[in-house]
Design a protein around this ligand. Sequence first.
Ligand SMILES: NC(=O)c1ccc[n+]([C@@H]2O[C@H](COP(=O)([O-])OP(=O)(O)OC[C@H]3O[C@@H](n4cnc5c(N)ncnc54)[C@H](O)[C@@H]3O)[C@@H](O)[C@H]2O)c1
Length: 502
Amino acid sequence: MISAEYISRSPITDKKYFIPENFDDKKNIERFLLQHPGKKVVVVQGLGFVGSVMSLVVANALTEEYAVIGVDLPKPPSYWKICSINEGIFPVLASDPKISLYYENARKKNNLYATFDPEAYARADVIIIDINLDVKKTNSETGELKDFDVDLTPFRKAVETIGEYCRPDALILVETTVPPGTTQKIVKPIIEEYLQKRGLPVDQIKIGHSYERVMPGPKYIDSIQNFYRVYSGVNEKSADAVEAFLRTIIKTDEYPLTRLGNTQATEMAKVLENSYRAMNIAFMVEWSRFAEEAGVDIYEVVNAIRMRPTHKNIMLPGLGVGGYCLTKDPLLASWARKNLFGSSEPLWQSEKGVRINDQMPYFAFRYLQSQYQHPLQGKKLILLGVSYLNDVGDTRYTPVELFYDQLRLHGCAISLHDPHVKYWEEKDLWIQQNLEQLLNEEYDIICITTGHKEYRNNPDFIQQLLNRNSCFIYDTIGVFTNEEIKLLQQKHTVKVLGRGDL
Ligand SMILES: NC(=O)c1ccc[n+]([C@@H]2O[C@H](COP(=O)([O-])OP(=O)(O)OC[C@H]3O[C@@H](n4cnc5c(N)ncnc54)[C@H](O)[C@@H]3O)[C@@H](O)[C@H]2O)c1
């Protein structure tokens, strides 16, 4: 029997891949590049939610024909992505039809290849870093943030690998969300050290930073190709090279680029952007609690306020904040302030925002307990949606997880539905996708936990709910309109988080 550390399983097809012991893929890289003589080679490090789609955008560049190589690690969580790309199944499920269009086009042109062999970096004109950089959080059972730390070791290792192989005149573009200061204080010295070790000059290398604003979902590709970008370089030459490259893949005539003075500034822009959003949500959590106590419908209030152009982006409450970015980026910034710039002060408000947001699913659970008014032990529940965001199949740090854990802890029998998630990796659970079939079962409680379009503005769904025996419906996202709530209330008890007494 082959041990689990040699097996990588695709959560999309459930196919198992055996990780080779020999990581030499040079012949295939050579064969691939021979088909693209004269083309510039772009290597994307990291084939996750950002890197895989960025590879597609580069393979379908607007004004240049590139040969694109995606590199990921030959490890169980990632090896399948490499195989999947080369076998014709794109490793990200998303509702954006452009994804399959761009992927098919890249397959036709045969200009996208995926590998685990770092030899790819040696062939690159441009290397884009799209790997993860994690914040290690310690949370209590009820979601309270106890402690956090940033371990830069894996990120450093990834940059060292580039340094071991890259050409001395390559452009290295950091897109990973990093603690401000990282490109200048960590990436540049590592690359220069490795070039020197290899006896190569250090004055031709170009290093820049330009963060992703990619939004997985229906506008996945457009959020890269048709969107504003901020960029910088460690020097003028580097910033110029980043700009020239971005112009070939982004519609910059419609979405002009913004150059900032140095890489610290662009790195800060990214984490500030996300911290602003996380804080906005944390702020609304307090007001949602107040609204519930005061019997006020917070949705009505927020929609009224949003009529003011200056207040258009005030957030609405929900089950919680999930995903890879908003849950960690304020902490990355706070960590950088202390650890890379020597301040004795963290970013208090930003940290507090994360603390509040982390506990939102626990509040949502307590609200259910208080409204349901029966013991939850032994009750049959269905959670509609496990991903953290509408119409997206990403379960990383989904607030549904803590909500689910609390329900399990209280002895509920839980069914799960999500049209975009086949396998919930963090929970090692397969998710059912036939909503109609699932809704034929009996449940004591039906919870809407993600605002997918299957549950929002969908008369068929409302009709299905109306056809059921009476039960308790708990909308944690606010997907139902007032009319829908009134309809459903004729048959069921309906509670919406943040709407006070209905
Ligand atoms: N997901 C988003 O919506 C989003 C949006 C904007 C920015 N970002 C930022 O983009 C970065 C990437 O995010 P993601 O969502 O794609 O993460 P991800 O975890 O989905 O993907 C990262 C990939 O990098 C690979 N990787 C790690 N180390 C590597 C190495 N040394 N060599 C090659 N591959 C390596 C991992 O195996 C993984 O497949 C993060 O900094 C994130 O904060 C993400």
